[in-house]
Every structure is written in C-alpha cells, then in structure tokens.
Write a protein that binds this ligand. Sequence first.
Ligand code: AMP
Ligand code: ZN
Length: 470
Amino acid sequence: MIRFFNTLSGRVEDFVPLRPGEVSLYTCGPTVYSPQHIGNMRAYVFEDLLKRFLIFSGFRVRHVMNITDVDDKTIQGAHAEGVSLQDYTRKYIDAFFADLEALNIRPADHYPRATDHIPEMVAIIKGLLEKGLAYRKDGSIYYSIAKFPAYGRLSKIRADDLRPGQRVEADEYEKESVRDFALWKAPKPGEPVWETELGPGRPGWHIECSAMSAKYLGPTFDIHCGGVDNIFPHHENEIAQSEAYWGRPFVRTWLHCQHLVRDGEKMAKSKGNITTISQLVAAGVDKLTIRYLLLSTHYRKTLNFTPETLSQARAARERLLDFVLALEGIPPRRPAAPGLSDHLAEARRGFTEALGDDLNIAEALAALFEFIRKINTLTAAEALGADDARRILDFLGELDTVLGVLPSKKEDLLPEEVQKKIAAREEARRAGDFRRADEIRAELLRAGIKLEDTKDGVRWKRVTKDGPAP
Ligand code: AMP
Ligand code: ZN
C-alpha cells in the first residue's frame, strides 16, 4: 500500500486511485516570464519522482502540466520588452523544455497552454455567474468567496479571516489579503485582450488550471501537485472555482513540496537569488548531479542549496556510479556469490517500502547504499561472479527507472574529474607532449582506470585487483 501526506486532510493517507490501476495527475507548470530556477525545478523533480514511483508500482499515469503563458507577470515582461506576449513567452517555453530534458524528467502526456484554452475558461466563468458565485465589477468578474462555504479548507484559512465583498485584482497575494479574486480582468491599455461572450478581457491566473485540468483529466482526478507557495491562493481558488462549477469534488490528494532555499530565503526571481540549470552546467556541474541534489531531500523538507549540499550530492552520486563501474569490471571466471538473492530482495523491499511511505527518498537511498556496502564487501572478498554483477546491474537499472540518476552513456559513469583528466591527456597528445600524456595515464591507472589507444580513439576500462575487466 502506498501512502501520501494529503495537504487537504493534513494526514498521511492510503492512496486509492479513482480507477484501479490508473492515476490522473495534474502538476502546476511554469509561468513562462523568465528562465526556470532550480527552486522551480525542485518542484518538477519531486513530481517526476512521484510519477516514476507510481509507474514503478504498476500504475498507468496520465500526467498533465500546464504552461502559464498569460498572467500578470508574462504581460508585464512582454510590455517591458516591447514584444508580443507570444514572442516573449516562446523563448522561456523552449528553455523550460530544455531544462526538463537536462534533468531527465519524463515528459507529461499534455502540456496545455493557457492561451489555447480561453473558451474553456469562459465557459466556467459563465457558469459561475449563472450560479451566482461570481459577479461583475467595472468590467472584471470576481469570485464571491463567501458563497463557497468550503473556502479555506486547503490552506486552513479561518472563516473570520474572510472579507466578503473586498476584492483583489492581482494574481498573487498573501493570506492576509484573502478576498474575492479576479476570474476575468477588464481590458487595460497595453494588455492582450480576448473578445469573448463575457465581454473583452483576459483570464486571471487561477481559472487557467481549473479549465485545463478538467479538459484533460475530468472534473475529479487523483493527484494535484505544486510547491507550498501554490497552496494559497492558487490551489484554494482552483478548488473554489472547480467544485462550485462542476458540483463535484475536485482533487482527491494534494501533494506540495517545500521550498528550495538559499541563505534561509526561498529561491524566487523576485528575491533576486536565483540559479538556473544552465548556470550550473556552465560552471561544470553534471546535470544528473543537479537532479540528485533536487531529488534526495524528502519533498516535505526544505532543501538548502549551498556549495556543501551540492558537493554532497556529487559525492553520493559518484559512489553510485563507481559501484556500477566496479560491477562492470568483475572478471567472468568467478562463481556466483551465496546470499545474493537475499540481499537483492532486502534492498528492493527497503527501497519500495520507503518510497511507498509518503515518498521517503532519504530512507530509500539509505536502503540502496546499505546494499552497495554489502556488495562492496563481497567484491572486496572476491566473492562476486560476473553473473551476479549482471543481476545487480539489472536491479540498479530497475531502481533507476525511479531515480533517473544513472547516465545513459558508459563514459558518463566516470567521475567528472576522471573525464577531465582523459580530455587533458588527449590535449597533451595532440600537442605532442607525450611525457605529460603518459603521466596522466599512469595517474589514472593508479586510480583504477586503464586507458587504451585504439584506432577508434581512446578507450578505458575499470581495472580491479585481479586484473582488467572482461
Ligand atoms: P511558477 O513559475 O512561479 O508558477 O512556479 C512553478 C512551480 O515551481 C510551482 O509549483 C511553484 O510552487 C514551484 N516553486 C517556485 N519556487 C520554488 C522554490 N523556491 N522551491 C520549490 N518550488 C518552487
Ligand atoms: Zn496551477
């Protein structure tokens, strides 16, 4: 049984999807007004872990992630640059997809864009007007939160905090200013305008997700995710809009990840403390090390981004890669090790049970590293055969369908330092400095990497105590 902490109930609950064997998942996507920072990416990596674990556990997952390409921030950005909204958001949409790929995040089934779903939003707003839950004011349309008794259930706002009839125009606001929020915004000079049945204007941010989730997943679906900053007002407002319009429960399980912080402060563009994937990659950090960092802290704990946490992630991942490399180097002549099946079963159980317990990644990784420790003991005692190594590698491949941190190319199993040394040796050879090239080669051999120059270029092998790899 899989269990998740549901923000709505405030408890860890057994997860039972609406339809057996299938999970419908909606995750709030990027607002494409700037490059995504690693705080945003933390949310997407957590959602990817969730999805991969559900697939690993045998579910079919239908995943929708929206792209917010019209809201206060995108409009301001386009205006400041003097370009159309579409031209402005396009480059950030492209960059977003490049970041997803860099971090080995599995694609969603749909990436609906808000600007392609205006009619769906208009239909809901019309319905809310007809039901008396929304009202017009100065060309805009607002949601009357006092008419929706369950307002505040997700974010635990108290009924006496509500200020009926007071309005807020901005897409984003704090709990202190809980008010009637804008579903549809009256035209303003310099802003994009849609001519619709409601009159001219443009949507508020919150209605976008209510419309797009229902279109692709239906009015009720299993899991909705985002960062904790989405709980209020965004997700609270989504519930109010969707449940009032459809007359049905909206989402069964809400999962929210804590923030990535730097120097104790949430990473956010508005705070001026952001780091992007491309900046880290340009500084020489492996993309999958970034993934490991974002993945390896439990999603409900704050993740501190510091040089130390980054190098801890690098070290942990390199331990894993080194383990794979060593297994690749087991000579074929050795007999099978007794007890391997038990070790494999224990590691599988530890890993699966931990993730099934509200995605406890720290314990899942602990089970994996405990397994590595045991196998390393066997390897050191020369008690592991090549067939054993194959079985272990297959097992790791299976776990990595969840973790997604192993490289697809064998070369990338080598630690960054070693890859750099191989490149430096090539450089020295090209420059005719064979003494330097030989020095590097000897250095690498001492570190267990044997280089061979073939007509197809340089090859390397991991060498173990009892000789080279097969
Ligand atoms: P946005 O583009 O601001 O709408 O954010 C996209 C996603 O990133 C949302 O799910 C946010 O909750 C999440 N997010 C934004 N900043 C952070 C952060 N510092 N740490 C974790 N998640 C974040
Ligand atoms: Zn959303």
